[in-house]
Design a protein around this ligand. Structure first.
Ligand SMILES: Cc1cc2nc3c(=O)[nH]c(=O)nc-3n(C[C@H](O)[C@H](O)[C@H](O)COP(=O)(O)O)c2cc1C
Length: 255
């Protein structure tokens, strides 16, 4: 097991963490067993049905299906397609749906399709309790769905993991950076590894720059397409009340 993961599991055990969410790969039997031995439940992201089935067989307590409408790191497939592919085919393991949910009616829709629950990120970034910088919150409140775009990869030789964020100076500078790195690689100035590293390093610390320092030009303004439905700073309880009310009304209307 990776020593960092081992240390993280110790921290979760010390704090009595109830649920651990794993992203970015299939957990090993050893790490899953270690986490479960702390008493925590384990959830993991599944980008495909085959992956979801492997996770279910490996003994995770729940699977999260996140579509490309979401804020932050994303895959290539939409929430609506992933939900249709995975929800009817994964008996016995609870599936949570994430990505692009801004209203309770959408929650009701996914619950009707068989979801055990949903995960929302963007809708809560501007909660009063959120420690995000006021500049960051204001950017989200101003933005509409079409402002939340995935980062662009210019050259298949230098892969970019797509991140959905509000377009700003940093996202435009990222294109210039890639142009520059590709030019220097093609002229023999940079090796493949060094070129890839330069591209990857561009965004390092960028979320912190935006969320903590409030630098909305040079930081990463991670947000999903539901950002257009974030129109004000609101207490978390109010956001949840609204979502629950919308979901319950929708379920009652269509029962
Ligand atoms: C500002 C921001 C930061 C995020 N950071 C992470 C992260 O570090 N790890 C992670 O697994 N998901 C992260 N997410 C994704 C959320 O956990 C959640 O799955 C996603 O926001 C759901 O889609 P939505 O944004 O459409 O509601 C982030 C989302 C946002 C908006």
């Amino acid at each position: 097991m990776h020593p960092d993961l081992d240390a993280l599991i110790d921290i979760c055990a010390d704090y009595g963490i109830g649920h651990v969410v794993l992203a970015g790969g299939l957990p090993t039997v050893a790490s899953l067993g270690r986490i479960k031995a702390t008493g925590a439940r384990v959830l993991a992201f599944a980008p495909t049905l085959a992956f979801a089935r492997r996770l279910a067989r490996s003994g995770v307590d729940g699977v999260i299906v996140e579509g490309m409408e979401a804020g932050g790191h994303i895959g290539p497939v939409s929430t609506s397609i992933l939900s249709q592919e995975i929800l009817p085919c994964l008996d016995g393991t609870p599936v949570f749906v994430a990505g692009g949910i801004g209203r309770g009616q959408a929650i009701a829709g996914y619950l009707r399709m068989g979801a055990a629950g949903v995960q929302l990120g963007t809708r809560f970034v501007c909660a009063t309790e959120s420690v995000a910088h006021p500049n960051f919150k204001a950017s989200l409140i101003r933005a509409s769905a079409r402002d939340a775009q995935p980062s662009v990869q210019l050259d298949p030789r230098f892969p970019v993991i797509p991140v959905r964020a509000i377009t700003n100076k940093a996202s435009r500078d990222f294109l210039d950076k890639q142009f520059d790195v590709i030019r220097r690689h093609d002229s023999g100035e940079l090796g493949v590894k060094a070129a890839q590293l330069e591209i990857e390093h561009f965004w390092s610390g960028a979320l912190r720059r935006a969320v903590v320092d409030g630098d909305i030009e040079h930081g990463s303004l991670m947000a999903g397409q539901s950002v257009g439905m974030v129109t004000a700073e609101q207490p978390t309880a109010e956001i949840i009340d609204t979502l629950v009310h919308e979901a319950v009304s929708s379920l009652a209307q269509h029962s």
